[in-house]
Write a protein that binds this ligand. Sequence first.
Ligand code: ADP
Ligand code: NI
Length: 219
Amino acid sequence: MKHLTNKQTSTLKNLEHYIQDFFKEDKTGHDFGHIKRVVDLTARLLVDKANPFVCLVAAYCHDLFDDKLEMPFKSIEELEEISGLDFEGQNMRIQKVIDELGYKGGFDDVSRSLNAQIVYEADLLDASGAIGIGRAFYYAGSKGHIFHDPSLEGVQASNYDEYRSLSRNVIAHFDEKLLKLKDEMKTDKAKKIANQRHELLVMFVKAFKEEVEGRDYEK
Ligand code: ADP
Ligand code: NI
């Protein structure tokens, strides 16, 4: 695996401190804990042909340019200028990775570079497993969505706008995204982690439905 230079390691540490502040107040599940987990997963998924510096800078910055967050910069280039950090002429490659991320309801069929695929998988892994279950309910609460209403059962988003706005049960998000995540993985390590996390999701959804219906767990 390609190694980071000492200068790159120091840039990444400074970047971590620089952006930590921006996510302090987040209440939608994009807090710094999410960013750090995505960075750590990205580091685990790196393979020989990937560029570690590009992937790791992109992982740190992947949620910075969301329109809803009012940041003083709208691109990696502006971030580099304002922060004084040195991305070593890789701005365009880093930006391209960030632009190729996001599940977006699964309605877009994006073909990704290897660097982007790795950060994409890291971001999606943090939407799966125990943390993914916690984040789904946390996100829904933050958006004022209902916890569970039997009359909404079967309501499904059929396009990206609906995916972002339609009132539906949180458990519907498992069908539209969380249970599909393992099939988005292309690198071997991500497939393995995703399969383990998937098993937990399946158990959770089954138990959730049984409890909603007032039944005891079936073996
Ligand atoms: P990302 O970090 O991938 O950009 P999003 O902004 O789409 O993620 O979502 C943040 C978290 O909230 C993720 O864990 C995602 O699965 C979850 N989430 C997104 N939309 C919904 C929804 N409609 N209901 C419940 N959870 C959601
Ligand atoms: Ni994210």
